[in-house]
Design a protein around this ligand. Structure first.
Ligand code: BG6
Length: 464
C-alpha cells in the first residue's frame, strides 16, 4: 500500500459560525435559531432576555480573533478550512430585500485572511442555524416561502464570494432534522412526521436551487451536500436485523439519494405509505430537484447497531439516534462508539452508491483535556483516534474511492453542538474557557497540533 495520500488531497479542519464566532449581536447580525438554544441543539428553546448568558454569545470570539487562529491553522499546514456563513449576518431576519453589508464584509475579511496562507475555504451555507425571523413570521421550513428566502441568500453569497470560494456545501447534516426538527427545519420539537417531511422536502428543493444558482454564478466552483454519516450495522446476522439495518440506513441515505440522483428513491413510497404521509410536491419541485450536487460530504464520528429486539431497543432510546451499542467497540466519554474501520466502510458504501467524489468534512474525538503544570496538553487519546481513522481513509483510497479531502472537526476548541458545552473538546489548539464562560480565551498548541502538522507535511506517511 502507498503510504502517502494523493498530492492534491486537501487537509484541514472544520468549524461552524455559531460554535466559534460569538459576536452574536455585532454589526447588524439578527437572532438565529442557535442563539435561542443555549443548551445545545437538542435543548429547550428559550426567549433571550437582555443581559442573559449563552456560551455561544462569545464562543471563542473567532469573529475578532480569526487572524490569530488562521495563522495557527497555517502553521499546521492546512490547505482547507471548513466554516459556515451565519445566514443572520447577511439577512438578519431572513426576509429583507437587501443584504447587510457589514456581515458580508466580515466574510470578505475572513476569506482574504485564509487566502494569505493559501487555505481554501469550504463554506457551508447553513450549519444548524437559520434566522429566527423566518420562523416567527413564516413557520420556518414548513413554509415554501423559506425556499425563496434561502435562494436569495445563497445567490447573494455566491455572487459576493465567487472569486474567493471554490467549495460550497448546502445544509449541514441535512438528515438531522428527523431527530432535531427545530435545529434542522425550524419546526417545534413535537411536530409530526408529516410536517417534518414536508419541511424537509422544502429544504431539499432549496438545496437543489442553491446548486443551480452556484453552477450559474460560479461555474468553476463545486457544491456538495452534507450528511450525518451514521452507518448502522445489524446487531446480529438474523435476517430480520439485516433488513432492519437496511431500512434504518435508508432514513439517512434518502437525503443523499435525492441530492445526488435528483429524485425521490422508490423505497420512500412505501415508507410514506406505511406512515400515512402525503407530500405536496409540485411539478416545478421535481424540475428543481434535478440539479444535483457535484460531490458528497459527510461527518463521521461513530457507528451503531440496530435490532428487532424490542427490549434492547427500549434501552437504546435516548441515546443519540437511538443506536444500540456495538459490543465490540469502545466508547468515548460521551458514549460515542469509536469505529475507525467504519469510516472505510461508509466511504466504500457511499462511493458504490453514487460514484461521485467524497469529502470527509467532520471527524474527531470530543474529550476532556488536562492542562499540566507546565502548560502542556498531552492529548494522546485524540492522536490515536485521528491516526486510526486516517489510516482507514487511506485504505478506502486504496480501495478505489475518490476522496477529495479531510477536515477534522473542531481543530480549535469550540462550543459543542449537542449540549453547548466547552468541556467537550476536539481541538489541536486549546482555548482557555470553561462551561460557565470563564477564561482568558488564550490559544495554546496541544501535543496533537504537532502530530497533525507532521501528518500533513508527510502527506500521511507518518501515520502508524
Ligand atoms: C456534528 C455537527 O453533528 O457533530 C457539529 O455538524 C458538531 O456542529 C459535531 O459540533 C460534534 O458534536 P458535539 O455535540 O460533540 O459538538
Amino acid at each position: 500500500m502507498t503510504a502517502r495520500f494523493p498530492h492534491d488531497f486537501l487537509w484541514g479542519g472544520a468549524v461552524a459560525a455559531n460554535q466559534v464566532e460569538g459576536a452574536w449581536q455585532k454589526d447588524g447580525k439578527g437572532i438565529s435559531t442557535s442563539d435561542l438554544q443555549p443548551q445545545g441543539i437538542f435543548g429547550e428553546r428559550v426567549e433571550r432576555q437582555s443581559g442573559d448568558f449563552g456560551i455561544k454569545d462569545v464562543a471563542i470570539d473567532f469573529y475578532h480573533r480569526y487572524p490569530e487562529d488562521i495563522k495557527l491553522f497555517a502553521e499546521m499546514g492546512f490547505t482547507v478550512l471548513r466554516t459556515s456563513i451565519a445566514w443572520t449576518r447577511i439577512f438578519p431576519n431572513g426576509d429583507e430585500s437587501q443584504p447587510n453589508e457589514a456581515g458580508l464584509a466580515f466574510y470578505d475579511r475572513l476569506f482574504d485572511e485564509m487566502a494569505k496562507y493559501n487555505i481554501k475555504p469550504l463554506v457551508t451555507l447553513s450549519h444548524y442555524e437559520m434566522p429566527y425571523g423566518l420562523i416567527k413570521t413564516y413557520g420556518g421550513w414548513g413554509s415554501r416561502q423559506t425556499i425563496d428566502f434561502f435562494e436569495r441568500y445563497a445567490r447573494t453569497v455566491f455572487a459576493r464570494y465567487k472569486d474567493k470560494v471554490q467549495h460550497w456545501l448546502t445544509f449541514n447534516e441535512i438528515n438531522m432534522s428527523l431527530h432535531a426538527p427545530f435545529t434542522g427545519v425550524g419546526l417545534p420539537e413535537d411536530s409530526n412526521e408529516q410536517a417534518i417531511y414536508q419541511a424537509i422536502h422544502h429544504q431539499l428543493v432549496a438545496s437543489a436551487r442553491a446548486v443551480k444558482a452556484c453552477h450559474e454564478i460560479c461555474p468553476d466552483a463545486k457544491i456538495g451536500n452534507m450528511l450525518l454519516g451514521a452507518m448502522l450495522y445489524p446487531l446480529t446476522c438474523q435476517p430480520a436485523d439485516v433488513i432492519e439495518a437496511m431500512q434504518q440506513n435508508r432514513e439517512w441515505q434518502f437525503f443523499g439519494d435525492v441530492q445526488v440522483r435528483g429524485y425521490y428513491p422508490s423505497y420512500m413510497n412505501r415508507y410514506f405509505k406505511d406512515r400515512g404521509i402525503t407530500l405536496e410536491v409540485s411539478a416545478q419541485d421535481k424540475e428543481d430537484l434535478k440539479h444535483t450536487v457535484d460531490y458528497i460530504s459527510f461527518s463521521y464520528y461513530m457507528t451503531g447497531c440496530v435490532t428487532t429486539n424490542e427490549e434492547l431497543n427500549q434501552k437504546a432510546r435516548g441515546n443519540i439516534l437511538n443506536m444500540v451499542p456495538n459490543p465490540h467497540l469502545a466508547s468515548s466519554e460521551w458514549g460515542w462508539q469509536i469505529d475507525p474501520e467504519g469510516l472505510r466502510y461508509i466511504l466504500n458504501v457511499l462511493y458504490d452508491r453514487y460514484q461521485k467524489p467524497l469529502f470527509i468534512v467532520e471527524n474527531g474525538l470530543g474529550a476532556r483535556d488536562t492542562v499540566e503544570a507546565d502548560g502542556s496538553i498531552n492529548d494522546d487519546y485524540r492522536i490515536s483516534y485521528l491516526n486510526d481513522h486516517l489510516v482507514q481513509v487511506r485504505e478506502a483510497i486504496e480501495d478505489g474511492v475518490e476522496v477529495w479531502g479531510y477536515t477534522c472537526w473542531g481543530p480549535i476548541d469550540l462550543v459543542s453542538a449537542s449540549k453547548a458545552e466547552f468541556s467537550k473538546r476536539y481541538g489541536f489548539i486549546h482555548v482557555d474557557r470553561d462551561d460557565s464562560g470563564n477564561g482568558t480565551l488564550a490559544r495554546t498548541r496541544k501535543k496533537s497540533f504537532f502530530w497533525y502538522q507532521d501528518v500533513i507535511k508527510t502527506q500521511g506517511e507518518s501515520l502508524k
